[in-house]
Design a protein around this ligand. Structure first.
Ligand code: NIG
Ligand code: FE
Length: 405
């Protein structure tokens, strides 16, 4: 890592995508004390104002550091055998109902120590960072006991302390019904509400609470109990909703002012309207759509029509999206869901930060944290158009250059 804590850094002549739009002329960007201090059209840069700044880069495309707002990055084991079963015709639901799927990852994750979880997560984390990610959301949900859910969240917090990346944690206790609670889903939801949420809050381990609202997971009524408890403890909520069917999970989540509803392939107009009114962000997960060979498309036109901001995330997880590349997600969001490259890029920056409730991230503006990427490309759309490693010239985290290519 190149340490540049007290120096002002100046980038000259960059094409700027600020998280929402591309500037129409090249700019100079000054970073000071970990923040964006100034942005000038290159033509108007007054050299006297930057006399003491070190030139950090010239040319290229600058974007905010990417925000991966939905991952299940911490787990043990793999699910390659299930991938083969699915290719032979088994469905995701069938595998889950037979005790595979999420529960097979739960068995492996329960058996792993915090150290082992960190080591198995490291290459995935490094892949995200090498592809420009400076903020990552990490969910629990592969522990499903009090101790194992907290274990995963502790590893997530630890990552944020020792790696140059911001980590936002989400408690996803209501991800799947663990074997100890077969035929007693309400009993498990009680454990989530009475023990997991309060303990995670007491240890400062959760920034939000998520649920999986689905036939193979939890009913809207059960999810509502989790939401109510989360609110009682001062935590915002989000939902895996309308992924495999429409149970009205998004409408419910909107009633609890959810930060986001994620997956949403089966979302209908009433749900879109409810999300718009609640200010809930739509998180599109094209990696899971692709891996499950799904054919039901998320209602992108309706989301546009109702001005629901669309985020795009990797959903990195061992079952439905074993993919740690946000730029591949941008490409898939365009090819599979017909997002424009600009929408895909906003989806991985400004709108992704909105899905996490942190509006200062995912933007390049004066006063914002200097989490930046400088890319060896000539137009921002190239990030969504080509899938190619090695284009990230510099990654800047909180004003420090952490990656040089
Ligand atoms: O986001 N939909 C539920 N949860 C994850 C998949 C988890 C798994 O299969 O391990 C998802 O797709
Ligand atoms: Fe997910």
């Amino acid at each position: 890592m190149i340490k540049t804590p007290h120096t002002s850094l100046l980038w000259r002549n960059v094409t700027l995508f600020d998280g929402l739009r591309q500037w129409d002329q090249p700019v100079a960007v000054l970073v000071k004390d970990g923040q964006v201090a100034a942005i000038w059209p290159e033509q108007t840069l007054d050299e006297r104002m930057v006399r003491n700044a070190q030139i950090a880069g010239q040319g290229g495309v600058m974007t905010p550091g990417l925000v991966d707002c939905h991952t299940h990055l911490i787990y043990a084991g793999d699910r390659a055998a299930e991938f083969e079963l699915r290719l032979e015709g088994a469905s995701y639901e069938e595998i889950a109902r037979a005790g595979g799927g999420i529960l097979s990852t739960v068995r492996a994750t329960r058996a792993a120590s915090e150290e082992q979880l960190l080591e198995s997560c490291r290459p995935r984390l490094e892949a995200l960072m090498a592809d420009g990610v400076t903020t990552v959301e990490i969910k629990s949900g592969y522990g499903l006991t009090l101790a194992d859910e907290l274990k995963v969240l502790r590893v997530a917090r630890h990552i944020g302390e020792v790696f140059p990346i911001r980590v936002v944690t989400t408690l996803l206790g209501a991800h799947a019904l663990p074997p100890e609670f077969v035929d007693n889903a309400d009993g498990y939801v009680e454990l989530v509400c009475a023990e997991m949420i309060p303990a995670a809050v007491a240890e400062g381990l959760a920034d939000a609470v998520d649920v999986f609202c689905e036939g193979i997971a939890f009913s809207p009524e059960q999810c509502e109990r989790v939401f109510r408890t989360a609110h009682k403890h001062g935590l915002r909520v989000k939902a895996h909703a309308e992924q495999l069917s429409n149970l009205g999970g998004s409408m419910l989540a909107a009633r609890y002012q959810a930060l986001s509803c994620d997956h949403i392939e089966y979302l209908d107009e009433a749900g879109v309207k409810a999300m718009a009114e609640a200010g809930t962000t739509a998180v599109l997960l094209p990696g899971a759509f692709h891996m499950l060979r799904e054919t039901q498309l998320p209602p992108v036109d309706l989301l546009r029509q109702y001005n629901v901001p669309m985020a795009v995330a990797s959903d990195a997880n061992p079952g439905t999206s074993p993919i740690c590349s946000p730029t591949l997600m941008a490409n898939l969001a365009c090819t599979l869901f017909r997002l424009t490259p600009r929408e895909a890029l906003s989806g991985m920056t400004a709108h992704a930060a909105r899905a996490l409730g942190i509006q200062t991230l995912g933007r390049i503006e004066v006063g914002a944290p200097a989490d930046l990427c400088l890319w060896n490309i000539s137009h921002p759309a190239e990030l969504a158009y080509a899938v190619q490693a090695g284009r990230l010239r510099q990654r800047v985290f909180a004003g420090t250059i952490t990656h040089v290519h």
